[in-house]
Design a protein around this ligand. Sequence first.
Ligand code: AMP
Length: 176
Amino acid sequence: MDEQKILDSIRKIPNYPKDGILFYDITTMIGDSEIFSELIDFLYNRYKEQKLDFIVGIESRGFIFGAALAYKLGIGFVPIRKKGKLPFTTVSQKYALEYGFDEMEIHIDAFRGKKNAKVVMIDDLIATGGTAKASIDLIKAVGGECVEACFLLRLKEFDSFKEIQKQTKVFNILDI
Ligand code: AMP
C-alpha cells in the first residue's frame, strides 16, 4: 500500500474546528474509490487470520472504515457513539480530547452475549489518545477483549500510544 498516496489524498484544513488545530479531512480519501478499497483490502489482509468476532468503530469516521472492514471480514460491526446517540441501555465513559471534552457510549449487549469477544477497534486518527482509551475501557466494560487498536493516522506530537499500549496492541498506518 502506498502510504504517501494515502497521505496526499487527505485534505488538511488549518484552524478547524478552532484556531491552532490542523484538521485531517478524510472525506477526500474515502471519495477516491481506488485508495479506499486499497486501504480496506490492506486492513482485511492484516486481520483475516485473527478470528475476530467484531470490529468496533468510533463515531463517526471510525464507522466508515470499521463497517467496510467488518463486511469484508464477514463479522459484525459495533459502534461506539457520542453520549445520547445510542437508543438502548449503554455504558459510558467521559474523557478529554485535543479540542474539548466528550463522553462515549456503547450498548451493553453490543457483543451479543459472546464471552471475551475478540475485537479490533478502529478510528481514523489518534491525537491525545483520550477517545481511544475511553473506547478500550468501554469494550472491556461490556465483556470484549480489544486485541488491537487501529488508526489510519497518528499525530506524533502527542505521546498517545504509551497509555493505550498498557491495554492493547496498537497499529497505525501513517505517522504525521
Ligand atoms: P484524541 O482523543 O485526542 O486522540 O482525538 C481523536 C478523535 O478526535 C478522533 O475520533 C479523530 O477523528 C478526532 N480528531 C482529533 N484531532 C483531529 C485532527 N487534528 N484532525 C481530524 N480529526 C481529529
